[in-house]
Design a protein around this ligand. Structure first.
Ligand SMILES: NC(=O)c1ccc[n+]([C@@H]2O[C@H](COP(=O)([O-])OP(=O)(O)OC[C@H]3O[C@@H](n4cnc5c(N)ncnc54)[C@H](O)[C@@H]3O)[C@@H](O)[C@H]2O)c1
Length: 208
């Protein structure tokens, strides 16, 4: 089962999408029950804001072992290592060294955007499955090269676009598609930068 597409998506998708402190409490006992062979070895490339956010969830995932971290910034690396407590986690500044590790089954790539394509292609070549932050690539051509690499090496790739997959977005889509939408009298849309637009049928369109 370990290494299968379904298992990866369930495990990695679950770790990234799961929010709940109960998992932290489960972790200590669950880790003892699973043998190392049952667990997915995870390597993190880029442990800034998003990378450390994901790291927290993966550390709480009972069937994952965080085995290696990589960042070019020593402070980010030190903070991520601190989060791992006394786990034997290796640290690197060069992601290629992390990719050489046989115990890394999958990587989380959370570097700045311009690194995504190259690191993900190298990860696929190294036989790793991949969770990569959005945007997947900078250009369409880079995207094509990455798709080709993932297919050529038979890897699983998941793109991190939480703001599209989260429950509240799915609920909004359901509402739009359902009959309930026709009865709605007002819609409020907001963005991550706090801009909010309210649109009611009898009001003029907002100028901005
Ligand atoms: N899915 C979402 O909702 C969401 C939200 C915010 C950001 N993002 C994406 O996540 C990615 C990371 O964003 P962030 O806010 O965590 O940025 P950040 O700057 O906080 O973290 C990026 C980290 O990558 C490190 N880094 C840079 N080059 C590297 C390399 N070659 N090898 C290893 N590490 C390297 C940096 O030192 C830094 O610590 C971006 O691509 C961003 O677009 C996604």
């Amino acid at each position: 089962m370990k290494g299968s597409r379904r298992w990866f998506l369930r495990t990695v998708g679950g770790a990234v999408a799961t929010f709940g402190s109960a998992l932290w409490a489960q972790e200590a006992t669950s880790r003892q029950r699973l043998s190392p062979n049952d667990k997915l070895g995870i390597g993190f490339i880029g442990v800034g804001g998003m990378g450390r956010g994901h790291l927290g969830w993966f550390l709480a995932q009972p069937d994952c072992d965080v085995v290696a971290l990589c960042d070019v910034d020593e402070r980010a690396l030190a903070e991520a290592k601190r989060m791992c407590g006394d786990r034997p986690v290796a640290v690197y500044k060069d992601y290629r060294q992390l990719l050489e590790r046989k115990d890394v089954d999958a990587v989380v790539i959370a570097t700045p955007d311009h690194w995504h394509a190259l690191i993900a292609i190298h990860a696929a070549e190294a036989g790793k499955d991949i969770y990569c932050e959005k945007p997947m690539t900078h250009t369409i051509e880079e995207g094509r090269q990455l798709v080709n690499a993932v297919r050529r090496y038979g890897r699983v790739f998941q793109l991190g676009t939480q703001q599209r997959a989260a429950d509240h977005f799915r609920r909004a889509v359901e509402l739009v598609r359902s009959a309930n939408w026709a009865k709605s009298s007002c819609a409020v849309a907001g963005s991550a930068t706090t801009r909010t637009a309210t649109m009611c049928p009898n009001n003029p369109c907002p100028k901005s």
